[in-house]
Design a protein around this ligand. Structure first.
Ligand SMILES: NC(=O)c1ccc[n+]([C@@H]2O[C@H](COP(=O)([O-])OP(=O)(O)OC[C@H]3O[C@@H](n4cnc5c(N)ncnc54)[C@H](O)[C@@H]3O)[C@@H](O)[C@H]2O)c1
Ligand SMILES: O=C(O)C[C@H](O)C(=O)O
Ligand SMILES: [Mg+2]
Length: 604
């Protein structure tokens, strides 16, 4: 329906074409009058031209003056800036929620304008609609709830999902982000309130990957919560029961996956913020049957690997030296283990049979300290990374983080523990003795409060020559004498939109390791040596639409190479195969949705 508007998809020229003068094609609407004004997909507020008001039965339902898209845009930004001014000095959380509210109101009313301001101001707005504010929104969801967004499938809906899925009003859905709310960022089990995460992720899909907002679906699978506070909260909006486990749990996910793929066989499902046991289990269960991936395991791994390779380049070493890097990973959950597994694959590729060597150089720490083979109830997923106790500098089972850093002198310290401040002053100071001239510190846990350390503390205690990345945004650090400590946002947002976009436009049957590897390599090679030398490992969020085109094209080409691409709309697998690299980039760009008002044509 909105395809005609895709003419303006190119983000490559975004800054020079904020308000395109080309005439967009028409958009068919099956409603009239007030129903259109109340539908954010079609609503243009005061922007409806008079002829359209006549055609659609809107005359008299709006004030007479027609306001242009540019004026509406300017008016919204003015309100936003005055809100910023008026809330200055108020507590951070209050300001963040006020900003979220004003954006959310626009989202609820007029999606075209909403996505346009989001795309054009992504640096300012990503921290509001995505990490870190989205965490606060989830925590306060029951109080903030005004209108539903997305779909909710609960344990009480067992047996009904196949028909429920047809309640969704859009004919076509391309991209679904699904959570069960069991591990929301580093905030733990938030039950039904976790719906904010799929909503935020899909906003990034629209803004970064140009997925048509009429074709996205945020989903909450409410199987209960083990969060006692929520269970006792009389305003809690989810099921007030403890989480389903075992067969009961998996049968709910199975039913949802069957229902969704019965209605939309080509829809891509991104699993998000599932607790570790179900994150790995569902990935193994569905990845060969459906086009699906787990962002926390696979998206994060790709972004982290790109950062790790950047850290090697920052030391002025050849990439092949990655195999020799000593890497301490703090957090043995879905994200930490995802990173280690992908890093081992990379070493194996670089060094032939380098797997054993990689495991030797990789150190895994969880809440009980260094993971060794002596660990009681060693998790099978962590087992490949467990050390022989005593073999390395006498490090014992459960050795503390600071002990490990002091003895190992790692090139990289990477946190995915969800524990704020775990990179203490002592740990950071120990990184000064690293065997690298430019040690890398990644405090990847979200939201901000849960980061393993702040950017400021990292540069202060570990030294000015470090490279630094964090999952949530921090400002660059003023090091004095005109020097700046650069802060990278090491967040899976640099990959998941491109993974989904590439898989969609390829019509990929599944999302393979090769496609994910292509995504990571594309991100890793995006930065110039000059940037890397300055400690800049990832592109600025300003260029997220551009990097997403590149990642999308790389993923698509990998799908084609592995014969997983079945084609998309009227572009068949053969055509995809015959596209040059440039043509693939052009194809991806042309298929990205971009927010402009299209003329609405009523059809009964
Ligand atoms: N930056 C990103 O793109 C990104 C991506 C995914 C996850 N994350 C963040 O990573 C964190 C973890 O996610 P997850 O899915 O792996 O969670 P998880 O619950 O599966 O794993 C957490 C791990 O941290 C360990 N841990 C807990 N306390 C610790 C401590 N004091 N010291 C060392 N280890 C400790 C636990 O034992 C567990 O192994 C979350 O905060 C999440 O927001 C960030
Ligand atoms: O949501 C994010 O910002 C990244 C990641 O998926 C997380 O779970 O923390
Ligand atoms: Mg996540």
């Amino acid at each position: 329906m909105w395809n005609a508007a895709r003419f303006a998809a190119s983000s490559l020229t975004r800054s020079t074409r904020r308000f395109s003068t080309a005439i967009p094609g028409p958009c068919i609407v099956h409603k009239r009058g007030a129903d259109i004004l109340h539908d954010p997909w079609f609503n243009k507020d005061t922007g409806f031209p008079l002829t359209e008001r006549d055609r659609l039965g809107l005359r008299g339902l709006l004030p007479p003056r027609v306001i242009s898209f540019e004026q509406q845009y300017a008016r919204f930004m003015e309100s936003y800036r005055s809100l910023e001014k008026n809330t200055k000095g108020q507590p951070e959380g209050v300001v963040a929620l006020a900003k979220w509210r004003i954006l959310n109101r626009l989202h609820d009313r007029n999606e075209t304008l909403y996505y346009r301001v989001l795309i054009d101001n992504i640096q300012d707005f990503a921290p509001v609609i995505y990490t870190p504010t989205v965490g606060l929104v989830c925590q306060n969801y029951s109080g903030l709830f005004r209108r539903p967004r997305g779909m909710y499938f609960s344990a009480k809906d067992k047996g009904e999902m196949m028909s429920m899925i047809y309640n969704w009003p859009a004919h076509q859905v391309d991209m679904i982000v699904l959570t069960d709310g069991s591990r929301i960022l580093g905030l733990g089990d938030l039950g039904v309130q976790g719906i904010g995460i799929p909503i935020g992720k899909l906003d990034m899909y629209v803004a970064a990957a140009g997925i048509n907002p009429q074709r996205i679906l945020p989903v909450m699978l409410d199987v209960g919560t083990n969060n006692q506070k929520l269970l006792e909260d009389r305003l809690y909006l989810g099921l007030r029961q403890r989480r389903l486990e075992g067969e009961e749990y998996i049968s709910i996910v199975d039913e949802f996956m069957e229902a969704v793929h019965t209605r939309w066989p080509k829809a891509i499902v991104q699993f998000e913020d599932f607790q570790m046991k179900w994150a790995f289990e569902t990935l193994q269960r569905y990845r060969k049957r459906f086009c699906t991936f787990n962002d926390d395991i696979q998206g994060t791994a790709g972004v982290a690997l790109a950062g790790l390779l950047g850290a090697v380049r920052a030391q002025g070493r050849p990439l092949a030296d990655f195999v020799k890097q000593k890497i301490v990973v703090v957090g043995a959950g879905s994200a930490g283990l995802g990173v280690l597994n992908m890093a081992v694959q990379a070493v194996a590729r670089m060094a032939g049979n380098g797997e054993a060597a990689a495991k030797y150089h990789f150190f895994l720490i969880d809440k009980d300290g260094l993971v060794t083979k002596e660990r009681k109830n060693l998790d099978p997923m962590a087992a490949p990374f467990a050390k022989d106790p005593g073999a390395i500098d006498g490090l014992r089972e459960g050795a503390s983080l600071v002990e490990v850093v002091k003895k190992v002198k790692p090139h990289v310290l990477l946190g995915l523990s969800g524990v704020g401040g775990v990179f203490s002053q002592e740990v950071l100071q120990a990184m000064r003795e690293s065997d690298s001239a430019k040690p890398a510190i990644f405090a990847m846990s979200n939201p901000t409060m849960n980061a393993e350390c702040t950017a400021k503390d990292a540069f202060k205690h570990a030294g000015e020559n470090i490279v630094f990345g964090s999952g949530s945004p921090f400002d660059n650090v003023d090091l004095g004498n005109g020097k700046v400590g650069y802060v990278n946002q090491a967040n899976n947002m640099y990959l998941f939109p491109g993974i989904g976009l590439g898989a969609l436009l390829a019509g990929a049957r599944i999302i393979s390791d090769g496609m994910l590897q292509a995504a990571s390599e594309c991100l890793a090679s995006y930065m110039t040596d000059e940037d890397i030398q300055k400690g800049i490992l990832y592109p600025s969020i300003h260029s997220i639409r551009h990097i997403t085109v590149e990642v999308g094209a790389a993923v698509l080409r990998a799908a084609v190479a592995e014969e997983l691409a079945e084609g998309h709309c009227d572009v068949g697998p053969k055509e995809l195969m015959n596209m040059s690299k440039e043509e693939t980039l052009d194809y991806v760009t042309r298929n990205m949705w971009f927010p402009v008002y299209s003329p609405l044509v009523h059809e009964k």
